[in-house]
Design a protein around this ligand. Sequence first.
Ligand code: ADP
Length: 243
Amino acid sequence: MIEVKDVHKSFNDNEVIKGVSLSLNEGEVVTILGPSGSGKTTFLRCLNFLEIADSGSITINDQKVTFGEASVDEVLQLRRKMGMVFQNYALFLNKTAKQNIMEPMILVHGYSQQQAEERAETLLQAIGLPEHGNYYPSQLSGGQKQRIGIARALAVHPTVLLFDEPTAALDPELVGEVLKVMKAVKAAGVAMIVVTHEMQFAYEVSDRVIFMADGVIVEEGSPQQIFEHPKESRTQAFLDRFT
Ligand code: ADP
């Protein structure tokens, strides 16, 4: 359903993604683990065209886009199939929670005001914030802001959601409420690619775990394979830091 092939990305002379490929079935959850600086965020941003990869391609359902060759229209069309959740939430501070969820629905996806409002209210309910639609981000906790970020990404029925360290900026006591919403997203059958340091989440929720270091996939497998029987010494050394 989603096929990413041989992505390369350099910043000046520094090649940070060195031929990464990944495929994902419908509703599958893949987590990407790895040390800081290994290229995880850059890879995710390339998939969503927030960075322009030097080469490689991404196919979602039947639409293939080759990095560096696609027209703006093709990129926008592919992008509509993805949602992204950021570490720092990336909410509009001068808009309410509900307006944040509605904005892409109306501006990018052509929903009517009423359709967008109905969907936003359903999602506010689903993320456990039915009473918070009129709150501004400054009036919400980090965990609540991130739940709004997830609702916004989910609102337009994406084929795949990309998460870039969604709980990294949160106080530890707020991490659980965000992970709970992410588990519900999986249960709803939405495919997810999640960059995270939450090992328990990766173990429990992923269908597949990828360990990345120095811009390459060092090892990938089921959570059991990666956490209990890593083959590569670099994977083992990384995981040892968390136990
Ligand atoms: P990770 O998410 O695994 O911590 P990143 O993708 O953030 O890794 O970074 C990978 C490498 O790319 C790092 O060496 C980082 O300094 C470099 N990098 C990331 N973004 C930029 C940029 N916009 N310009 C130059 N170098 C960058």
